[in-house]
Write a protein that binds this ligand. Structure first.
Ligand SMILES: Cc1ncc(COP(=O)(O)O)c(C=O)c1O
Length: 394
């Protein structure tokens, strides 16, 4: 089917709530996708920060196929070898303090459960979250999302949510108290325009939470699973070694198969009783096979080191490019900040066969490429287009 026919059909039968690129993607391999019209694009948006291992990574595809032939699904009412092996592997690559996993289906569901865990562990209700963080679109998660119009879209909001400025420890001191159940933070605020805080900010938050008996939750839906050049933001140098009580994951975790997870420490794990949490599809066999293969592919192919190289090469190649103010972010979670709106650059890149993303900050263009992208290819593709005179003029 050609693009126009595909577009007509989708527009006719799918609710019109997504702003779409004018392409229909049909197949993919590594960091490349091919459209219905046979054109090739370099995907520096990684299928929306999802395809960490690249599109249709052969190891993930084989794992899904083999599992599908054995058993598509059974819930957590039965034991399953693949679920046990996947949970073991996920805990093995996580920071040492995080000892168990709870599987669900998406980022927002992981965050809902994380906030519920914080309330269970403390017997309190108040949740503190930060200006600019995005946590999802279900009731509790959207109530914790103090970014643009999102929270308003979730009205009536869940009570007991409090907004704190991002990166400001003094206000965190004031707002986190002995009524606080949990503090949820997106460690690098991706959608807001790749906003970062200092490592000391995270260790400071840890101390404030400890002093008040509040649970610290890192929403690593974007930063997790290797994207920042570390398996997790939690416990890394980026967080000055600070460990949260809960880490939430989704996006990259299953290479495109919907899956989310909460990783918890001993204190949180021991406060959860039988039947306190649950979801039908969480921990299903296809998702587990995809997660295990994803983690193994990232590890065996050293994609985390590559993610660091991508950042390094981008920093080099953007030096002296007119209009570029700076490169924000870490690894394969990057934002190019311009001195003017980035939309013309986004359009020019797409026109040249390079998929990138915008953000809530009109001047910041986001790059969320697969962790396996060739660093030189990515850096050259961006710099070549941005150095063209018409980009400078816009
Ligand atoms: C940091 C963060 N948290 C949570 C979510 C929600 O994840 P999902 O769309 O899988 O519900 C997103 C989605 O973009 C996100 O970027």
């Amino acid at each position: 089917m050609n693009f126009n026919d595909i577009k007509l059909k989708e527009d006719a039968y799918q609710v019109a709530t997504y702003v779409k690129m004018p392409i229909a993607v049909e197949s993919g391999s590594g960091a490349w996708v091919w459209t219905s019209d046979g054109e090739r694009y370099l995907d520096l948006y990684g299928g929306h920060a999802v395809c960490a291992t690249g599109h249709s990574h052969p190891r993930v595809v084989v794992a899904i196929k083999e599992q599908a032939e054995k058993l598509l699904f059974y819930s957590n009412l039965v034991y399953s070898e693949i679920r046990g092996r996947t949970a073991e592997k996920l805990v093995a690559v996580a920071p040492g303090e995080l000892i168990q996993a709870f599987f669900c289906n998406s980022g927002t569901e992981a965050n809902e459960n994380a906030m519920r865990m914080a309330r269970m562990a403390t017997g309190r209700n108040k949740i503190v979250s930060f200006t600019g963080g995005f946590h999802g679109r279900t009731a509790d998660s959207i109530s914790a999302t103090f970014l643009g119009k999102y929270r308003k879209l979730g009205e009536p909001n869940v009570p007991h949510h409090v907004e704190a400025p991002f990166g400001d420890l003094e206000s965190a001191e004031r707002l986190i108290d002995r009524e606080t159940a949990g503090v949820i933070i997106e460690p690098i605020q991706s959608m807001a325009g790749v906003n970062e805080a200092t490592p000391e900010y995270f260790s400071g938050l840890r101390h404030i939470c400890d002093r008040n008996g509040a649970m610290l939750i890192f929403d690593e839906v974007q930063t997790g699973v290797g994207r920042t050049g570390n398996w997790f933001f939690a416990g890394s140098k980026l967080a000055a070694g600070a460990f949260p009580d809960v880490v939430t994951l989704a996006k990259s975790l299953g290479s495109g198969i919907p899956v989310g997870a909460c990783l918890v420490n001993e204190r949180v794990a021991s406060s959860i009783a039988l039947n306190d949490l649950g979801t039908t599809f969480g921990g299903g066999m296809i998702a587990m096979a995809a997660v295990l293969a994803t983690l193994e592919a990232i590890e065996d192919e050293d994609m985390i080191t590559n993610a660091r190289l991508v950042e390094e090469r981008l920093r080099d190649s953007l030096g002296g490019v007119p209009g570029v103010v700076r490169l924000r972010g870490k690894g394969c979670l990057l934002g190019i900040e311009f001195d003017s709106p980035c939309k013309p650059k986004y359009d020019a890149l797409l026109e040249s066969g390079v998929i990138t993303g915008t953000s809530s900050n009109p001047n910041v263009l986001r790059l969320l490429p697969p962790l396996c992208v060739d660093a030189d290819v990515a850096a050259d593709a961006i710099a070549d287009v941005l150095r063209k005179p018409f980009s400078v003029a816009t």
